[in-house]
Ligand binder design. Structure first.
Ligand SMILES: NC(=O)c1ccc[n+]([C@@H]2O[C@H](COP(=O)([O-])OP(=O)(O)OC[C@H]3O[C@@H](n4cnc5c(N)ncnc54)[C@H](OP(=O)(O)O)[C@@H]3O)[C@@H](O)[C@H]2O)c1
Length: 337
């Protein structure tokens, strides 16, 4: 079967189209014929061994997110049947409950093989049936970006109707966050570098937008949107440069969901505000399978559809990654198998 794999040495130059034998399903395992993959920021970091020892060993099949159809089930499999359309779960052994070090180790696309293969062999516990109304391309966008937004808002965030939520940027996680926050009945503010993107995200349901490039001190402008009260929940995707602003527009007792470090990873913020405003810093790392299944029910109930920007062919993985790197996309960058 066809695979893309990083072979020999780490680095984008060593990401190559190759072949491997087709897998067979063992006890409790399923074989999935992959129909699509979808890219995340993380997938650009893995080939350069950006997560150190957590990235795994070579050869490694990259990309964490995908969807396909079950073509074979091994002995003892009960959760799915041949013909079911599924997504592999990002963390193969975080089924539910609190995270622990073991549950956070087996993520797809590094350290264990990811979705850029014709077939994947997975534990039956590590797959989730996809929303019936979504295509494989659309469903492939769910395992990382969508579940991260869901975990921040629902599993950890406990967002209620009328809550004020702030989302940073118009990337993959951000657009899912806007959709889920609207379903939950929240008021959503988005900050973006582009007025054009702000207009588009408002068409998707965002209530307010502030351009963080033309308004670098966006904390004041966004706080005014909440009538001075501040945000109940902020999805922190920027990190180093955005955290000081977020701390000035979060409400006392509000939560900062710490998700991304797009502007740097150093803690360069006065810590006093965290204490005096009794702010909760909640790290979010994708989420567990139970959360994924709850999210699928919500997506089905509300007939939500992911925003897909562009679909590349399997052989064009590197072009797809370069396109993601360019930042030109609005919505998910996908690969058809
Ligand atoms: N913790 C987790 O489980 C988890 C899961 C998924 C992703 N992440 C992280 O979350 C971040 C976003 O991931 P993604 O896949 O959504 O990325 P993405 O699709 O590449 O989105 C990037 C967008 O973020 C916005 N952005 C960039 N720099 C910014 C800044 N300084 N302030 C505010 N917004 C900024 C930009 O939006 P505009 O163009 O609108 O300005 C950009 O388009 C990454 O750091 C990623 O590693 C974490």
């Amino acid at each position: 079967m066809r695979v893309f794999q990083i072979e020999g040495e780490w680095g984008m130059d060593h990401l190559k189209l190759s072949t491997r034998p087709e897998p067979k399903a063992g006890l409790g395992q399923v074989v999935v014929k992959m129909g699509a993959s979808s890219l995340n920021y993380r997938d650009l970091v893995v080939p350069n061994r950006g997560y150190g020892n957590h990235t795994g060993t070579l050869p490694l099949i990259p990309i964490s997110d995908g969807a396909g159809v079950v073509t074979e089930v091994g002995p003892g499999v009960r959760r799915v049947a041949v013909g079911d359309r599924v997504c592999p779960a990002f963390f193969q052994n975080w089924i539910s409950g609190e995270p622990d070090l073991e549950r956070l180790t087996r993520s797809l696309g590094g350290p264990i093989d990811g979705t850029m293969a014709d077939y994947m062999c997975l534990s039956e516990e590590g797959v989730v049936k996809v929303p019936a109304h979504l295509s494989d391309i659309e469903a492939a966008t769910l395992p990382c970006a969508a579940l991260t937004a869901w975990s921040a808002l629902v599993t950890n965030g406990n967002v209620r109707p009328g809550d004020r939520v702030l989302v940073q940027g118009c990337g993959g996680v951000a657009l899912f966050a806007v959709a889920f926050a609207k379903v939950l009945g929240a008021h959503v503010t988005v900050i973006s570098s582009s007025d054009d993107r702000l207009a588009r995200v408002k068409q998707l349901g965002a209530d307010a937008g502030v351009n963080y490039r033309s308004t670098p001190e966006w904390a004041k402008a966004t706080r005014e949107i909440t009538g001075g009260r501040g945000y109940d929940l902020i999805l922190e995707l920027g990190g180093e440069k955005t955290l000081p602003q977020s701390l000035r527009c979060i409400r006392p007792g509000g939560t900062l969901a710490m998700i991304g470090i797009l502007s740097g990873s150093a803690m360069a913020t006065p810590l006093g505000l965290i204490i005096t405003r009794q702010v909760r810093l909640q790290g979010v790392t994708v989420g567990h399978r139970d959360g994924f299944e709850a999210m699928v029910r919500a997506i089905e109930q509300h007939r939500l559809r992911p925003v897909v920007d562009r679909v590349f062919a399997f052989e064009e993985l590197k072009e797809a990654m370069a396109y993601l790197q360019s930042g030109a996309q609005f919505g998910k960058v996908c690969v058809a198998h």
